[in-house]
Design a protein. Structure first.
Length: 277
């Protein structure tokens, strides 16, 4: 992943469990310029990136995911990054990054504030995009590099329930959820594997299991995109599943997401061919 190598430094230092007070890992330029009362409203958009650490992703998918994130994020957006695997010691759902990019000040602020404060603000805002690339990028690379196929469980639905709870508390009105995952649930509730192969799912039966075990999330109307679906690894060799198997996997997740108050907008099996929107 040569494009991102400069970003690999202490990526998990900020990792913590979620569900605490809202945090912002991107320092506010308005606070730096002592213009706290002039902070503009956010865009109302939130991008939530979720990295499944039970499957190492190929470098081309890692690079493409980074490009898609970069092309989506604009000033005013809030961005969160989670990683998950199984609910084992040290392998729980983690919030790796949370930051909000700021927009330019209003004309009223420019007319009423001192030149010194505005100069400090403008210089900071000009560098805030780079600060986001560095901070988010380190956490993103760390999340991807922390993946291991040795983790015995993959609790995707449980993770989505908890991510949905956080999304509901964010105060943002528009949510985009980007899942970097093989989407192969393997938990105490159900398994998408059979004798070391991906199961050809009975979608109706699997949806019934999700309903019975209260596994649906509330994704707050999110548009959901997936990359890496159906990917399995054998050492460094990549292998992919049949079209029939992948159709059933996509059908399950489309139904699950719909019943979790979201819409599946793109399902990369394994590569996502559409942009985040």
């Amino acid at each position: 992943m040569n494009v991102l190598k400069p970003l690999i430094v202490a990526s998990l230092a900020l990792a913590s469990t979620t569900f605490a007070a809202e945090r912002n890992d991107l320092p506010s330029c308005y606070k730096k310029a002592q213009l706290v009362d002039a902070i503009p409203a956010s865009s109302g958009r939130e991008l939530v990136v979720v990295v499944d650490q039970t499957i190492p992703m190929p470098e081309d998918i890692q690079r493409d995911s980074w490009v898609k994130i970069k092309n989506f994020v604009q000033p005013g957006d809030s961005v969160k990054l989670y990683s998950f695997s199984a609910f084992l010691p040290g392998e729980y759902l983690r919030l790796l990054y949370s930051g909000t990019l700021e927009t330019e000040p209003s004309a009223e602020t420019r007319d009423s504030e001192s030149a010194r404060k505005l100069r400090t603000l403008d210089l900071c805002l000009a560098q805030q995009g780079k600060a986001f690339d560095s901070g988010f990028g380190k956490a993103f690379v760390g999340g991807l590099r922390g993946a291991s196929s040795d983790i015995p469980k993959s609790e995707i639905m449980n993770a989505l329930r908890k991510v949905g709870e956080d999304m509901g508390k964010s105060g943002q009105g528009e949510h985009v959820l980007f899942l970097i995952s093989d989407m192969l649930e393997h938990s105490d509730y159900t398994s998408f594997y059979a004798t070391n192969q991906i199961k050809n799912l009975n979608v109706k039966d699997e949806i019934s299991k999700a309903q019975k075990n209260d596994l649906f999330a509330d994704l707050n109307g999110a548009r959901v995109y997936v990359t890496g679906a159906g990917l399995v690894t054998d050492g460094v060799k990549q292998a992919y599943r049949s079209g029939k198997t992948m159709d059933a996997l996509e059908a399950f997740w489309a139904d699950y997401i719909l019943q979790s108050n979201g819409t599946l907008e793109g399902f990369g099996a394994p590569s996502l061919s559409v942009s985040l929107e």
